[in-house]
Design a protein around this ligand. Structure first.
Ligand code: SF4
Length: 244
């Protein structure tokens, strides 16, 4: 969805340097002061966390929870059971997540990998070294960088920053980053400008998700209730226009 751009969003490159680190930390503190500890990832087990990360792509968390409940009732919230289940059965249980055939195939691919390579024990897979595990996750059919980084950060507890469409929308509207940036560029930029701290990465992604999901909406952002209005270019631009 094309969005309004402020003047500074036309920059082609991601900004660099100590000032960026300070700005990101101030964004983090504004959000944390407003929303507190969001306690991500909401899951009772590691397997539920990973299955949720696969299912949540391009769908709301509310619908993901419905699919997780269906899988739980069917005894399929673990990879050994998922590997043994038929793909059609899994697809019917994850219908609330929209692209259910694709999601069922992704769950089955992941389950096959865990079952064949780790005898079904997810914890053993997540004990691989950070970069080895990231490469391995990205090689599983249907696992993209956002899902891989969710699993690395919230499952394996590695400092792998997760970015998503909300991150880009919020920070580009604030004038901090350009609107058109790739996933890997943006992730590397966060990693270069923040201390590699797992609880902070956990919370920062959750906070940006909260803001993008409930306040900085695609069509009509609720700027009056936004904790970032003091640092947001789009907000400042709108204020200037309304005063002129
Ligand atoms: S002030 Fe408005 S445009 Fe800026 S981040 Fe907040 S909600 Fe989004």
């Amino acid at each position: 969805m094309p969005e309004k751009r402020s003047g500074t969003q036309n920059r082609r490159d991601l900004p660099q340097g100590q000032e960026v680190s300070e700005l990101l930390l101030s964004v983090y503190h504004y959000l944390e002061n407003a929303y507190g500890d969001l306690g991500w990832w909401p899951a009772d087990t590691l397997e539920e966390m990973v299955i949720g990360a696969i299912l949540v792509q391009n769908v709301s968390w509310k619908n993901t929870v419905k699919a997780l409940s269906n899988l739980n009732r069917a005894g399929l919230l673990n990879f050994r059971a998922l590997d043994a289940a038929g793909v059609q059965e899994v697809a019917e249980l994850v219908i609330p997540t929209r692209f259910y055939n694709m999601k069922a195939n992704r769950l089955k691919s992941f389950a096959r990998h865990v079952t064949t390579q780790y005898e079904g024990v997810l914890q053993h897979m997540l004990q691989q070294p950070f970069e080895v595990l990231r490469k391995e996750l990205l090689a599983i059919p249907g696992i993209g960088p956002e899902t891989a980084d969710d699993i690395l950060l919230y499952g394996a507890k590695y400092p792998s920053f997760v970015v998503d469409a909300y991150t880009i929308r919020v920070l580009s509207r604030c004038g901090i980053i350009p609107e058109h940036v790739t996933y890997e560029e943006l992730r590397a930029w966060f990693m270069a400008h923040l201390p590699h701290n797992v609880p902070m990465f956990n919370q920062f992604h959750a906070l940006l998700d909260r803001l993008g999901n409930r306040v900085c909406l695609a069509k009509r952002p609720h700027c009056d209730e936004c904790p970032l209005q003091e640092v947001c270019d789009l907000r400042l631009q709108e204020r200037t226009l309304s005063q002129s």
